[in-house]
Design a protein around this ligand. Sequence first.
Ligand SMILES: [Ca+2]
Ligand SMILES: [Ca+2]
Length: 203
Amino acid sequence: MERTSKTLARFGVAFVGAATLLATPSIGVISASAAPATLNVISPWNGNDAGNPTISALNDNTNTTIHLEAELNQATGADPAATSVRFSYCADANSDNNCDAAPVIIATDSSSPFSAEWAPPASIVDGTKVHIIYEALSASNVVVNTQTKVFTLDNSKSTVHITSPTDGGSIGVWNGNFVAKGTNSSDNPAVTVNAHNGAGTVT
Ligand SMILES: [Ca+2]
Ligand SMILES: [Ca+2]
């Protein structure tokens, strides 16, 4: 059964039944036969500022973009082959949890780590809620899974840009120290590295 996501429904895009054919895949339309492949959102991390996660485009001494990343996981046989991730955004300036206009595609990445660098347009001012939409696409550009994360743009928040370990790379240590390197915004934020293997804070 085909369905439209809340994202599309919010814009009043008419859904006239399962026979609807679209010339190109639209954001949020999930294919009729596909069981969802796993789509894990990596960045931005929405665990900061409990209940009100923020993103910041403050210059991190490398760039003023916000890193978007997701991971595809399709180890089980029933999953359709997702081959790329498409990143989109919309603004929700009146904070009613609905996009104020149709989502705008940022980029599509077809190689792991699936990522994009996003420069928020000047039209999105500080304090605006932003929906980041992650879509797993099949080789024929059918959406097989989608997730939306909501953040508030707050360019007063400190930023970091990690250069080592490399994005998606491996760390060749089993139980020891490793060095994380990068740049940070000029307000000199304190940087904490958390290990996601249960070891807790390591630096
Ligand atoms: Ca950055
Ligand atoms: Ca809105």
